[in-house]
Ligand binder design. Structure first.
Ligand code: NAD
Length: 511
């Protein structure tokens, strides 16, 4: 592992053998069980983190609640200035943090660095936003009255994140929350806790330099903290990224106490390959979409819906591309595909292939688990392609692994129906040079997803556009556009600068 400079990266990020997993800022403490984090790349122990007890959690939320009173009074552009400094600190640590993301999560180093770049990009976005938290003004029907709306900070925001984007998703939430005047309590995935400790170490230095009180950026670890957040009335907003199964539970629990949620849940994303597609472009989009991050992106391409006239050709091209894929240590730039997160994910992958076969699926590129030198972690699998039908139970589910289902269609209307015919609604795409097809796909009769692309794949997103999906993907939007509104409360204000008190709708109330 040293040959890839991991030890040095851990040192730069302030990671120790055993780390406290609860933090209110500079103050680290933890009294809970130990979480051991193993690299899926090598199977080796990276470091340990102590999880938060109920008492630790209490200490964090009290501190955060207290800090909110100060932080909300810091002018938004000044909060933006601190986020600007965080962006700079991330630029300095980009190599080390990108490496850790790759080592702890298993995505390729390029993707690990890309994830940190996304953090930097959201910082830049948030800095600009800190001067643009606009509300409307309205014309009052009453004379000498002024009416407008303004946005105020919400309070303590709970952020619960998934393992597959161990740092970026938190930053999408926290950078916006901070410029909006909220304070953040982050519960990272227990599969990638070291990345979270590293982020908090970076943030702490910036907050400390600016004399910001403890509690603006907090961490709690361990699964029990998730339910404490769901039930915590002091948290008006919970931003949850993860599976639809757990998201459903979070959604119900938070709604029960009238809290708000931002839900970023599972996807079942498809690319439509039209007879008018440029097939050389399809290849990059589909293969990266299906095997990038070993199929563990919420936007990974899971279904390829191919026109019958280009079906055989597309399959042949895919087969030859898959034959050239190099699978191995994600820190080695020669490899295209890294490991799955753990051996449970490997089992889910194997089960899905079995189920697809039982339902009548036809294997086009064989899957399987890799063994031997370099594959000691037991988490490396072969990306596989299965000819299937959209109505197969397994095709309707999200399996977080590099399995691509190929489906055939005859008309564009049928392709759109197949694309929409799943419970999830995150990302979708069409490859076509036909303007009618393209516009139909983007129209209200087209894709029902939160993301609909033309001539690029389903996978990946850019800061700037609101990110999220419909149906069982949860309906949340994060990161770009006006997603910031979810982190603030709206207030409508009417001011009377006259000497009379006319009532609205002309109501008379004389006495
Ligand atoms: P997961 O649902 O298993 O875990 C997500 C988080 O929830 C983790 O931090 C986990 O510890 C926590 N958690 C567990 N039980 C909880 C509870 N009772 N209350 C509150 N939190 C609890 O998901 P995962 O395996 O880490 O991530 C993969 C899933 O995330 C996939 O379904 C993927 O599509 C989805 N995802 C979606 C997006 C998106 O933006 N739509 C982005 C990334 C990942």
């Amino acid at each position: 592992q040293d040959s890839f400079g991991i030890e040095e990266a851990l040192k730069q990020l302030g990671i120790q053998e055993v780390n406290e997993g609860t933090s209110t800022g500079n103050n680290w403490f933890s009294n809970g069980d130990i979480i051991e984090s193993y690299s899926p790349a090598t199977g080796k122990l990276i470091a340990k983190v102590k999880s938060s007890t109920k008492e630790d959690y209490e200490a964090v939320v009290s501190k955060a609640t207290e800090a909110f009173k100060t932080w909300r009074m810091v002018p938004a552009p000044k909060r933006g200035e601190i986020v600007r400094q965080i962006g700079d600190a991330l630029r300095e640590k980009k190599d080390a943090l990108g490496k850790l993301v790759s080592y702890e999560m298993g995505k390729s180093l390029q993707e690990g660095l890309g994830e940190v770049q996304e953090m930097i990009d959201i910082c830049d976005f948030a800095v600009g936003l800190s001067r643009q938290l606009y509300g409307y003004t309205m014309h009052s029907e009453r004379p000498q009255h002024r009416m407008y709306e303004q946005y105020h900070p919400l309070g303590v925001v709970g952020i619960i994140s998934a393992f597959n984007f161990p740092v970026a998703v938190w930053s999408w939430n926290s950078m916006l929350a901070w410029v909006c005047g909220d304070v953040a309590v982050w519960k990272p995935s227990s599969k990638t806790p070291i990345c979270a400790v590293a982020c908090q170490n970076i943030i702490n230095e910036v907050f400390k330099k600016n004399d910001i009180p403890e509690g603006v950026s907090c961490i709690v670890t361990g699964n029990a903290s998730g339910d404490l957040i769901n039930n915590d009335k002091r948290m008006p907003l919970v931003s949850f990224t993860g599976s639809t199964r757990i998201g459903r539970h979070v959604s119900k629990t938070v709604a029960e106490r009238f809290g708000n949620t931002i839900l970023e849940l599972g996807g079942n994303n498809a690319i439509i390959v039209s007879e008018h597609a440029d097939l050389s472009m399809v290849l990059v989009g589909a293969v990266f979409g299906a095997v990038g991050t070993a199929g563990q992106r919420c936007t990974s391409t899971r279904r390829l819906i191919v026109h019958e006239s280009v079906y055989d050709k597309t399959i042949a091209t895919l087969k030859s591309a898959y034959a050239q894929l190099k699978i191995g240590n994600p820190l080695d730039a020669n490899n295209h595909v890294g490991p799955l997160i753990d051996t449970k994910a490997v089992q889910d992958y194997l089960n899905a292939i079995e189920k697809a076969k039982k339902e009548g699926g036809n294997i086009i590129v064989e899957g399987g688990v890799l063994e031997g030198e370099g594959y000691e972690s037991g988490c490396y699998v072969k990306p596989c392609i299965i000819e299937a039908k959209n109505e197969f139970e397994i095709v309707q589910e999200e399996t977080f692994a590099p399995i691509l289902y190929v489906l055939k269609y005859s008309t564009i209307e049928e392709a759109i129906e197949i694309q929409n015919g799943v419970p999830q609604g995150l990302s979708s795409s069409i490859f076509t040079n036909n303007v009618r097809e393209m516009e139909l796909f983007l129209s209200q009769a087209g894709s029902d997803c939160g993301i609909a692309n033309v001539n690029i794949g389903t996978s990946g997103a850019e800061i700037g556009g609101a990110f999220g999906g419909e149906k069982e993907t949860g309906g949340g939007r994060e990161s770009g556009s006006d997603a910031w509104r979810a982190y603030m409360r709206r207030q409508t204000n009417t001011i009377n600068y006259g000497t009379e008190l006319p009532l609205a709708q002309g109501i008379k109330f004389d006495f």
